[in-house]
Design a binder for this molecule. Structure first.
Ligand SMILES: *Cc1c(COP(=O)(O)O)cnc(C)c1O
Length: 348
C-alpha cells in the first residue's frame, strides 16, 4: 500500500477538476410553449466530451479512497463507449495502464479514441462476454475492474459536493422558475438518474424525475414490475442508454415517472434540435428531448407554466456516420418522416 501515491493521485484529480469549468446550462425558448422554459445541461464540453467525464472522475476517486487502486494498478473496464474514453483520460493523468474490454465488432473510431488517451483494447467475441472477461483479466493482472454498471450509483456523492444536480440548481437560481417541474434523463448505468433522484429528495425539491427509455431496454419494465431478472435478447440501438439486463446502478425507487421513446422518434428529434442549437448532439440527447417535448405539451394542455431541465449528454461528432447519415438511419429505422411531422405539429 503506497499512501504517497494515493495522496498524489487524488490531488491530481482534484487539480484537474479545479482547472475545469462547469458545463453550461442552455436555455431554449420555444414559441409554441409560452411560459415553459426548457434547459439543456451541456455535458459535451467536458475535456473528454461527455457526461462520462464525471463518472470516470468519481470512479477513480472511489477506487483510490477504497484502497482498490494503487501505484501501477492496471485499470480494466467493460466498455467500448464514452466511459472507456473518459477512464483512459484519467488513467493517463495518474500514469496507470488502462484496458477496455469490448466486442471485436466495435467501430474503429471508438478504438482510436481510447488509444488516443493511451488506453488499450482487449477484444472478445460477443457483447455478453465482456463482464466475465473483464473480471478475469483484472484478476490475472492483479488490476482493478472499475465495473461502471455496479458502482456508478455509489461513486458519486449524491448529497452535493458539486454533483450534476447541485450544479443544475445553482445555475437555475436566477431563472423565472428556479425549481424545475421536471428533470428528464435517460439511463445507461442509471448513475446519473440515481444522483438526480436522490438529490431532489434530500433537498426537498418538488421537481419530478422522469426517465426516458429506448426500445429493447429492460429498465422501464423493471421500474413497473421490480423484477431484477428481466432480460432482453436485443441490445439498444441508442448509444449509451438502454440495457438488456437490469444493472445494479439503476435505482427505480427515486424515479417518479418513466416513458418509452421509439428509437425513430429519438433520431427525428436530433434534426429538429440541430436547427435550434446550430450544432449536432448525440442520440441519447434526442431521446431526452423527445421526453421533454411530451412533458411540455402536457403542461401546456393543463395551462401550467414552469421549467423542464434535461441533459445534452454528448456532441453529434461521434455519430456522423450513424445517426447523421441518412442511409444508415433509413436502414436502421426505416422512414422517420412521421416522427418529424409529429415534432413539427407539437411546435406549431
Ligand atoms: C452513459 C450515457 C448516458 C446515460 O448516463 P448514465 O448515468 O450512465 O445512466 C446517456 N447518454 C450518453 C451518451 C452516455 O454515454
Amino acid at each position: 500500500m503506497n499512501r504517497a501515491f494515493v495522496n498524489h493521485a487524488i490531488n491530481e484529480i482534484n487539480a484537474d477538476f479545479q482547472r475545469s469549468a462547469d458545463t453550461h446550462l442552455i436555455r431554449l425558448t420555444l414559441p409554441a410553449f409560452p411560459g415553459i422554459n426548457i434547459y439543456l445541461k451541456d455535458e459535451s464540453t467536458h475535456p473528454t466530451g461527455s457526461l462520462k467525464h464525471r463518472l470516470a472522475r468519481s470512479l477513480f476517486l472511489y477506487g483510490l479512497s477504497n484502497g482498490w487502486i494503487n501505484e501501477g494498478t492496471t485499470i480494466v473496464e467493460s466498455s467500448s463507449g464514452s466511459t472507456a474514453v473518459s477512464e483512459a483520460y484519467f488513467a493517463r493523468l495518474l500514469g496507470l495502464p488502462f484496458i477496455a474490454v469490448m466486442p471485436s465488432c466495435t467501430a474503429k473510431r471508438k478504438i482510436e479514441q481510447i488509444a488516443f488517451y493511451g488506453g488499450r483494447c482487449h477484444f472478445v467475441e460477443s457483447a455478453c462476454e465482456i463482464y466475465e472477461a473483464s473480471e478475469t483479466l483484472a484478476r490475472e493482472l492483479r488490476g482493478h475492474y472499475m465495473d461502471q454498471f455496479t458502482y456508478a450509483e455509489r461513486a458519486t456523492d449524491w448529497r452535493g459536493n458539486n454533483n450534476i444536480a447541485e450544479s443544475i440548481f445553482r445555475q437555475m437560481s436566477h431563472e423565472p422558475h428556479p425549481v424545475p417541474d421536471y428533470i428528464v434523463m435517460s439511463a445507461g448505468t442509471g448513475g446519473t438518474s440515481a444522483t438526480l433522484g436522490r438529490y431532489l429528495r434530500y433537498q426537498g425539491h418538488a421537481t419530478k424525475l422522469m426517465v426516458v427509455d429506448p426500445e429493447n431496454s429492460v429498465f422501464m419494465n423493471h421500474w413497473q414490475q421490480r423484477d431484477p431478472t428481466l432480460k432482453s435478447q436485443v441490445g439498444s440501438r441508442i448509444e449509451g442508454i438502454g440495457r438488456p439486463r437490469v444493472e445494479p446502478s439503476f435505482i427505480p425507487d427515486v424515479i417518479d415517472e418513466m416513458m418509452r421513446v421509439p428509437d425513430a422518434a429519438s433520431i427525428a428529434t436530433l434534426g429538429w434540435l440541430e436547427g435550434l442549437l446550430g450544432r449536432k448532439v448525440g442520440a441519447s440527447t434526442g431521446t431526452n428531448m423527445w421526453g421533454v417535448l411530451q412533458l411540455a405539451a402536457r403542461m401546456r394542455a393543463e395551462g401550467r407554466r414552469g421549467a423542464i431541465v434535461t441533459l445534452l449528454c454528448d456532441s453529434g461528432e461521434r455519430y456522423l456516420d450513424t445517426c447523421y447519415n441518412p442511409e444508415w438511419v433509413a436502414k436502421q429505422f426505416g422512414d422517420i418522416s412521421d416522427w418529424r411531422k409529429a415534432i413539427a405539429e407539437l411546435n406549431a
